[in-house]
Design a binder for this molecule. Structure first.
Ligand code: HAM
Length: 429
C-alpha cells in the first residue's frame, strides 16, 4: 500500500496524470477542430478577476457567487476571486479592449480551469475545466441554434450516443419580472411544501426553485406557472425561431419548462445537453449555456447581444475513459531511434549527438542513466524503434557511431559527424 502523504491535492481538486492526458487532448483537438470551422478564435483571460465582476455578472444570490466562490484579499487590498466560470471574464475583456469597434459578431473559445467550492461528488469538482464558447454582437436566433449544434457536434465527434438537448426560454427584462412575481406568489402559498433551501430561494430567486431536485418540491414544481406561457412577443418569437432552426438541423431537443440555469445573466434561450442511459436516466449536464443579452451592458459596456455555452471537460473525459481506450503509446513514433552509449567519453559524445538529432527533428529516446549496453538495448526494443545508435568506448575514441537495424541486427559504422545525414537516409527508406 502506498503510504499516506502529509500533502495531498486539495479536496475536490485533482492531478491530471500523464496516462489521462490523451483523453483531454482528444477532447480539445476534436473541439478545436470543429469550432475553427465556425470561426471561433481562442481567448485566454486571467484565472483571478475582481470578485465584484462575478457577483455583478453572475448574480449575488446565485449558489455560484453566494456559496462557491474562492475569494481573497490581496496584500494591495484588492478583492479578487478565482474564476468560477468564463463568461463574465470574457465579457470584461470584450469591453476593456473596445472589441465592440471590431466587425461583429466576435466568436471566442477558451479552455482552462475553473473553481467552485462545491461539495465534491462524482462529476462535481472544486477545480474543473471547461471548453467554453462565446459569441458577441449576434442577436439572431440562428446563433442560439448554431451554438447548440456546435456542442452537439463535438459530443457526436467523440462518439457520444443517446444525447438529449433540453431547451427553454426564460424571457428578458420585459417579461421575466412579471413571471417572477407570479411564481413567487404561487410559491408563497405553498411554502410549507418546499424544502428548506427552496423556502429561501422562493423569496430571493424564485426561478431557482424550478430546478430543485428534492423529492419534496416536485409536486409544487409540477403545478407551477410556466414561463413559456408568459413570454413577451419578442421573446416568444425568438424562442419559436430557435426551435424552428433546431428542427431544421434535425437536432433531437426536448422542451424543459423547468430549465432555468444557475447563473443570473441569462435572457431568452437556455439549454443543457445530457446523455441518457438505456433506462432513460439522465447523466449530469455535459454542456450548459444560453443567451445573455444584458450582461455586457450590466458590466459597463454597450448594449451587446451575446450567447454562449460551456462543456464540462471532466464529465466528458470520464465518459471517454469508459468508452475508448487511448494508449499513451510508445513515447516515439516508429520512425524514432534510440541512442545508447557505453563509458564516460561515449556519454559525453552522445549528449552532443542527442542535440544534433533534436535540431534535425529526428525523434530520439535515450537512457543516459543506464550504463549497461544490454539494458539500453532492451529499452530500445521496448520503444519499438527501427534503429539504435550506439557509441561504445572504441567508437568514442574513433569518433564513430554504430547504426544498428533493430529488426535485422545489421550494424553499420559511420563517422560521428555523418551520423545524422546517414540516419535521415535510412529513415527515409
Ligand atoms: P455551467 O452550467 O455552470 O455554465 O457550467 C457548464 C458545464 O460545466 C456544466 O454543464 C458541467 O458540465 C460543467 N461543470 C460545472 N460545474 C462543475 C463542477 N463543479 N465540476 C465539474 N464540472 C462542472 C457556465 O459555466 C456558463 N458560464 C456557460 C456559458 C458560457 N453560458 C454562456 N456562455
Amino acid at each position: 500500500m502506498i503510504p499516506k502523504n502529509k500533502f495531498q491535492a486539495p479536496t475536490g481538486m485533482h492531478d491530471i496524470l500523464p496516462p489521462d492526458q490523451p483523453y483531454y487532448q482528444k477532447l480539445y483537438s476534436a473541439a478545436e477542430g470543429i469550432v475553427d470551422f465556425y470561426g471561433f478564435k481562442k481567448i485566454d483571460t486571467p484565472i483571478l478577476e475582481d470578485a465584484e465582476l462575478f457577483s455583478k455578472g453572475i448574480g449575488l444570490s446565485t449558489d455560484v457567487v453566494e456559496k462557491q466562490m474562492y475569494a481573497l484579499r490581496t496584500r494591495g487590498g484588492d478583492f479578487l476571486a478565482l474564476r468560477p466560470e468564463f463568461t463574465a471574464g470574457i465579457a470584461r475583456a470584450y469591453i476593456e479592449h473596445g472589441m465592440f469597434n471590431l466587425p461583429q459578431p466576435l466568436k471566442f473559445y477558451s479552455i482552462g480551469p475553473l473553481f467552485r467550492s462545491e461539495k465534491p461528488q462524482a462529476g462535481r469538482y472544486r477545480q474543473f475545466h471547461q471548453f467554453n464558447l462565446e459569441m458577441f454582437g449576434e442577436q439572431t436566433p440562428v446563433a442560439d441554434a448554431q451554438l447548440i449544434q456546435i456542442f452537439y457536434n463535438i459530443l457526436k465527434e467523440l462518439k457520444f450516443k443517446n444525447l438529449v438537448v433540453e431547451v427553454n426560454s426564460i424571457g428578458d427584462s420585459q417579461c421575466r419580472p412579471y413571471y417572477k412575481k407570479l411564481l413567487a406568489n404561487y410559491l408563497k402559498a405553498r411554502e410549507s411544501s418546499l424544502c428548506a433551501d427552496c423556502r429561501r430561494r422562493a423569496k430571493q430567486n424564485p426561478l431557482r426553485v424550478l430546478d430543485c431536485k428534492e423529492e419534496k418540491c416536485q409536486p409544487v414544481k409540477a403545478q407551477a406557472p410556466q414561463i413559456v406561457d408568459h413570454l413577451c412577443e419578442a421573446c416568444k418569437a425568438h424562442f419559436k425561431e430557435v426551435l424552428e432552426f433546431l428542427d431544421e438541423l434535425d437536432l433531437p431537443y426536448r422542451l424543459n419548462p423547468y430549465l432555468v440555469r444557475g447563473l443570473d445573466y441569462y435572457t431568452k434561450t437556455v439549454f443543457e445537453i445530457f446523455q441518457e442511459s438505456e433506462s432513460g436516466e439522465k447523466s449530469a449536464a455535459l454542456v450548459g449555456g444560453g443567451r445573455y443579452d444584458a450582461l455586457v451592458k450590466l458590466l459597463g459596456g454597450r448594449d451587446t447581444p451575446a450567447c454562449g455555452g460551456a462543456a464540462g471537460v471532466e464529465r466528458i473525459v470520464e465518459h471517454l475513459r469508459g468508452a475508448m481506450k487511448i494508449e499513451p503509446g510508445p513515447q516515439l513514433q516508429s520512425k524514432g531511434i534510440f541512442l545508447a552509449q557505453l563509458g564516460g567519453l561515449a556519454k559525453r559524445k552522445s549528449l552532443k549527438l542527442f542535440e544534433e538529432l533534436r535540431k534535425a527533428k529526428i525523434p530520439v529516446a535515450e537512457s543516459f542513466g543506464r550504463d549497461s549496453l544490454k539494458a539500453q538495448l532492451r529499452s530500445a526494443d521496448r520503444f519499438q524503434v527501427p534503429y539504435a545508435l550506439i557509441i561504445g568506448q572504441k567508437e568514442a575514441l574513433e569518433n564513430t557511431v554504430i547504426i544498428r537495424d533493430m529488426k535485422t541486427g545489421k550494424q553499420d559504422v559511420v563517422k560521428l559527424d555523418k551520423a545524422v545525414d546517414e540516419l535521415k537516409k535510412q529513415l527515409k527508406k
